[in-house]
Design a protein around this ligand. Structure first.
Ligand code: COA
Length: 683
């Protein structure tokens, strides 16, 4: 074995050279990895071996460019230079894939003559998720293997393909036994040599693309069918353009176009925002004050208290990952109803087979007493939002559950510290705040009480990752991180109406900013009676009184006959009456100002959360709002967006709004200070 450099080894196993990369955590194409591959391939191709296997140590094959430092890609050997070595090789190269071959990783594998993979491997070009396009030939080589339509699907979805599908589509040549990758890849390489199999370079292949030449309508149709999905994004259009070039133009020309578009994408504000978000999401898993060596406890069996909408949805998230769940309700009737709703939800999901529904339901047991939770590792309480009720439930759970079980509450605004006092294990009490519907919404706020132990916190984060939620840690405070911030913009919706604006006009402005829907459409979706309004004095209260509870009642701020929202005369009448009673004067405000008001209120509230320590970092707030309230990831979230606008400008606007609209716009002291110091929220 020869060390090529600190992250690459070359060894000879009989007639096969093995180039091994070992650069944790994910063997990204850092400067060292590229140097190692360049020198390693040169040495292997100059040596006696008749074939070369490229393989990675650790958890995965190369997972792409090193996005911690994209600018570094300009230094040292480029991917082009390494690929030129591979393309020019006079003997077969075999890529041996485990884990995830993503982005530049798959692009390097596509320069090998053969690919073998273990069944758990996944292969994809997820650059679009980072606002990028593949930049090392992915748009040129993948269509030559899969055909342009499948390639477009894979690249624009950003979702990796499983090994089985990769085998079926010819992206990999052979599946090998899990855990046996290296010997199997060596065996495969020897077979290739023995059989004298032709070394076909992907770049030279014509078979999958020839039939699409001179057919621009294929690409136009693809673009049109996804126009809504790709709204506002720059990368998808460039991907389609490049794949079309792969079909229409010589390889080198297609590569040149891809390079140019990659550079443009990399410089775009969208990509910068998305890369910021990528690391923000991962940093959110590392709350401050938790020793690095803290290990999560194993959570095998789960209990849920309450079989209502939330409890049922939560149970489903665990059944999805194959964990047995026991749901406890007080009355048989409520339990039966809850279980039957879960069954209906499963049966309604797309492509659900009866046996799969039964398998999922088999994981969910009902019970009428918390004594059924004696052996669970984690309980999530999802009962009525009343502190006395919750305390009673927690006192019972404390007695019924084993001593080391974690007791979690799904409360959306009550104090975890108060709830924990009802138990003798405050260190093992935590909040797990799911968003409705719990089995669909990606955000999970993990609420850290004063006494929650690091182990409990880390376990909660680990559970969140296992059930495929995006987790953010919040301290105890009304509305935690996300609801508290989003409420400010939603409340402002009422002010817009009082000033004489109409729901559709306001919604369009926020939609155009990048939200999936504006505040009124969102209220209709959630239900106007869901958000607390005890005095019924808000426009929501007036709408509910007029029988307009939102989409579920056929109408709210919009009418929903036939499904799609349409402006509503009945709603306009309620709004007119409301305005008359509340007496709002008409206000002159530009479209820009209307949007700024909503967004900067959120920014200001976020800064207050930082001041109060509710959120540990500005980036945690962004992760929460993107996943909980559809904040456009292309804008990076409210705090990142404020940094891009410039905090001085945000403060200046808030002060102007304070004068014009009232004290709710008063900038938070921390925001003023950071702005004065020329600092940023997101570091
Ligand atoms: N460059 C640099 N660092 C990367 C990286 C990349 N392309 N991909 C992942 N990492 C880092 C993460 O930041 C994380 O670091 P941390 O432990 O310091 O927080 C670590 O690798 C593990 O990543 P994580 O996502 O937590 O692990 P996972 O096992 O859940 O997922 C991947 C692994 C590879 C599937 C996932 O990280 C991923 O999708 N990466 C991006 C791949 C990509 O987009 N490639 C194309 C780039 S152009």
């Amino acid at each position: 074995m020869t060390a090529i450099n600190s992250v690459t080894d070359l060894s000879l196993d009989g007639e096969v050279a093995v180039l091994t990369i070992n650069s944790p955590p994910v063997n990204a194409l850092s400067l060292a990895v590229r140097e190692g591959m360049f020198e390693g391939f040169k040495a292997a191709l100059a040596g006696p071996a008749k074939a070369v296997v490229l393989i990675c140590d650790g958890r995965t094959f190369i997972a792409g460019a090193d996005i911690t430092n994209l600018a570094d890609m300009m230094k040292g050997p480029s991917l082009d230079e390494i690929q030129a070595l591979m393309d020019g090789a006079d003997r077969p190269i075999v890529a041996a894939i485990h884990g995830t071959a993503l982005g530049g990783g798959l692009e390097m594998a596509l320069c090998a003559h053969f690919r073998v993979a273990v069944p758990s491997a996944r292969l994809g070009l997820p650059e679009i998720n980072l606002g990028l396009i593949p930049g090392a030939g992915g748009t040129q080589r993948l269509p030559r293997v899969l055909g342009p339509e499948s390639a477009l699907e894979l690249i624009t979805s950003g979702k990796p393909m499983g090994a089985d599908e990769a085998l079926a589509t010819g992206l990999v040549d052979e599946l090998v036994t899990e855990g046996d990758l290296k010997p199997a890849a060596l065996g495969f390489a020897r077979k290739v040599v023995r059989e004298g199999r032709p070394r076909v370079r992907v770049r030279d292949r014509e078979d999958k693309i020839a039939a699409f030449r001179g057919k621009p309508e294929v690409f136009a149709a693809f673009r049109k069918a996804r126009a809504d999905k790709f709204r506002g994004q720059v990368a998808p259009d460039w991907i389609i353009e490049c794949v079309q070039a792969a079909v229409e133009k010589p390889f080198e020309e297609g590569m040149a176009l891809e390079k140019q578009r990659f550079m443009q994408a990399a410089m775009s504000p969208q990509s910068t925002a998305r890369r910021y978000y990528f690391f923000a999401e991962r940093n959110a898993q590392k709350p401050p004050g938790v020793p690095a060596e803290t290990q999560p406890r194993a959570i095998r069996k789960v209990g849920v208290v309450g079989a209502g909408t939330m409890g049922g949805g939560i149970a489903m998230t665990f059944a999805h990952i194959g964990a047995p769940v026991t749901i406890v309700e007080m009355k048989q009737e409520a339990l039966d109803r809850g279980l039957s709703v879960i069954r209906q939800n499963y049966a309604r999901s797309r492509g659900a087979k009866p046996e799969e529904v039964e398998a999922k339901m088999g994981l969910i047991q009902g019970a009428l007493d918390v004594s059924a939770l004696a052996d669970v590792d984690l309980v999530i309480e999802a009962v009525f939002e009343n502190i006395d009720v919750k305390k009673e439930v927690f006192a019972k759970l404390d007695k019924a559950c084993k001593a080391d079980a974690i007791l979690a509450s799904n409360t959306s605004f009550l104090s975890i510290d108060e709830i924990a006092k009802a138990t003798g294990r405050a260190d093992r009490v935590v909040g797990l705040h799911f968003f409705s519907p719990a089995n669909v919404m990606p955000l999970l706020e993990v609420v850290r009480g004063d006494k929650t132990s690091p182990e409990t916190l880390v376990t909660a984060l680990d559970v969140g990752k296992r059930i495929k939620k995006t987790t953010v840690v919040s301290r105890v405070g009304p509305g935690f991180i996300a609801n508290r911030i989003a409420t400010t913009r939603i409340q402002e919706a009422e002010a817009y109406l009082l000033e004489g604006l109409d729901p559709a006009g306001v919604d369009k402005l926020f939609y155009d900013f990048g939200f999936p829907m504006g505040p009124f459409a969102m209220l209709d979706l959630v239900g106007l009676d869901v958000i607390a309004d005890p005095e019924k004095q808000s426009i929501r209260g007036w709408m509910v009184a007029a029988g307009r509870r939102g989409q579920k009642s056929g109408g709210g701020f919009y009418d929903y006959e036939g499904g799609a929202p349409k402006p509503s005369e009945a709603a306009a009448q309620v709004i007119a009456n409301f305005r008359k009673a509340k007496g709002g004067p008409a206000v002159e405000a530009s479209d820009e100002e209307i949007v700024e008001r909503g967004l900067y209120l959120e920014v200001n509230e976020g800064v207050k959360e930082l001041e109060q320590g509710i959120a540990a970092r500005a980036s945690d707030i962004d992760v929460a709002l993107i996943n909980g309230f559809g904040w456009p990831v292309d804008k990076g979230g409210p705090m990142y967006h404020a940094d891009q606008v410039g905090l001085a400008k945000v403060v200046e606007r808030l002060k102007a709004f304070e004068v014009k609209y009232g004290p709710r716009y008063k900038p938070a002291p921390l925001l003023e200070r950071l702005a004065a110091e020329g600092k940023k929220l997101t570091g």
